[in-house]
Design a protein around this ligand. Structure first.
Ligand SMILES: NC(=O)c1ccc[n+]([C@@H]2O[C@H](COP(=O)([O-])OP(=O)(O)OC[C@H]3O[C@@H](n4cnc5c(N)ncnc54)[C@H](OP(=O)(O)O)[C@@H]3O)[C@@H](O)[C@H]2O)c1
Length: 448
């Protein structure tokens, strides 16, 4: 196979995409092109060629991929199916190697493969294998790395960063393979360099094999003042709950976590890789001392990766300065009267509403419940009613027309219990929900 020189990467702005893009650039071996959504707000280094694409359009993608030798997809978990047109376009454009957005547990293991959270990745396997069978110029490599080591630790996946109660899955002794984001970036570079040896197969890479107990023992050593209380959690129970939720259409993060934990810590799910390709790729294993260094860095400077928390080493002076700045922003915002709802921007004249509203909850619905971005408003909204109008229409369309409500959920909507629970969960919206959906239902219309 000819040397791979031109590489396109999709999803380069993401949690894993950024370190992979860095590794590709740092290697100085490739001409790198980033594919980004037209709606993406992501910023990339000025030296990188960025092509905005419509992931639904095979002709658009084919044009973007013409001249590329390889495509690395690092698209988000909830948009796996976006790769179907991307794969077709890659084949049509003459791309020789496709790396799908895999980067997960060993889903070649039949038990792991049975977990619904991985079914969208398995559907992608079918699509690339079919293309590789029909068009021998098209080849693929699946990279499996286990849970992201630094990223998962920063999110408290292996043990709680703040001490206190922390779950030990299936006893906390199950060895599992795990890899940092930077090493995965390096693995991508090496797979492209070793294209012949990595053709049409899964490549396994790991930084080390460890257990939750080992990690917690290291944490206890580096932070002796912090106290942890491990509690046993059964991944079999987590799987049962997750399956129940998925069966009722509740594809949320908690349910997906149940499946992820099962694939990493469950007995017989292949969490510890039996054979790895580190040697072929020239990637050395990390040692316990490296792990200790990582944990020490995370516990002393917890905001370093992903998780925004206050650095305990911060000086009183810096803290006061930060609080003063936050106070100034809050005061500034409280002076404004906005006539529409949307995202704020600041210019020399102050704050103004510049873009469509995009709330944390909307983002969660996209990431966790697979809602397409197009269903959310594109412009700023004039009045509060517009927002609730939009939300009602969306709910009707998504929930009722597509008949995705479970009987329990339908019942809850009909009795109004849904709104009571929603108001209880979203205290910031309590008033709005109460007066719009609850009060009239239970107490009738207002009378003087
Ligand atoms: N092993 C583990 O522990 C672990 C953990 C997390 C993720 N993963 C896997 O790693 C891969 C990457 O995940 P990630 O967490 O890095 O992804 P991410 O940060 O959530 O998103 C990656 C990029 O996907 C693009 N994107 C987002 N929504 C999209 C949509 N609806 N349609 C098309 N593109 C969209 C965005 O790029 P632009 O804005 O530039 O278009 C985004 O920056 C996935 O396969 C995931 O399953 C593994």
């Amino acid at each position: 196979m000819e040397v791979i020189r031109n590489v396109a990467i999709a999803g380069a702005s993401g949690a894993l995409g950024s370190p992979i893009l860095n590794a590709l650039l740092k290697s100085e071996l490739f001409n790198v092109t980033v594919l980004a959504r037209q709606s993406s707000q992501a910023q990339f280094p000025a030296s990188v060629k960025v092509v905005r694409v419509d992931y639904n359009s095979v002709p658009d993608l084919t044009a973007a991929l013409t001249g590329q030798n390889a495509v690395v997809s690092v698209l988000t978990t909830s948009a796996m199916e976006t790769q179907i047109p991307l794969i077709e376009a890659a084949m049509k454009a003459g791309v020789r190697r496709y790396l799908p957005s895999e980067f997960c547990a060993n889903i070649g293991n039949p038990k792991a493969a049975s977990l619904p959270v991985y079914h969208s990745k398995l559907a992608i396997h079918e699509a690339i294998k079919q293309q590789a069978r029909d068009h021998p110029h098209f080849t693929y490599t699946l990279i499996r790395n286990g849970p992201f080591l630094d990223w998962s630790m920063a999110y408290g996946f292996f043990f709680s960063l703040d001490g206190g109660s922390t779950p030990f899955y299936d006893g906390g002794d199950r060895p599992f393979s795990t890899t940092t984001l930077a090493t995965i970036g390096r693995a991508v570079v090496e797979v492209l360099r070793h294209s012949e040896e990595t053709r049409n197969r899964a490549v396994f890479v790991q930084d080390l094999v460890t257990t939750q107990r080992k990690m917690l023992a290291i944490a206890q050593k580096v932070a002796p003042d912090c106290k942890w209380t491990p509690s046993d959690v059964s991944t079999a129970d987590m799987e049962i709950m997750a399956r129940d939720k998925y069966a009722n259409g509740m594809v949320d993060l908690a349910a997906s976590m149940g499946f992820f934990c099962r694939s990493v810590f469950g007995e017989g799910y292949g969490g510890e890789f039996q054979e790895v390709d580190n040697e072929l790729l020239g990637i050395p294993l990390k040692t316990d001392a490296d792990l200790e260094e990582l944990i020490r860095g995370l516990l002393q400077y917890p905001s370093s990766e992903g998780r925004a928390v206050l650095n305990p080493q911060i000086s009183d002076r810096s803290l006061k300065r930060a609080y003063r700045k936050m106070g100034a922003v809050t005061l500034e915002l409280s002076k404004h009267e906005f006539d529409s709802i949307g995202a704020l921007e600041e210019n020399e004249r102050g704050f103004f509403i510049a873009k469509r509203p995009f709330t944390f909850n909307m983002n969660e619905s996209m990431v966790s419940a697979n809602l397409p971005e197009e269903v959310f408003p594109f412009q700023t909204l004039c009045l509060l009613e517009d927002l609730s109008d939009h939300e009602s229409k969306l709910m009707e369309q998504l929930l009722f027309e597509s008949q995705r409500l479970s009987p329990r959920m339908k019942d809850s909507m009909e009795t109004g219990l849904f709104w009571v629970c929603l108001a209880a969960r979203y205290s910031s919206m309590f008033d709005e929900i109460y007066w719009t959906f609850i009060d009239r239902r239970y107490y009738g219309t207002f009378s003087c």
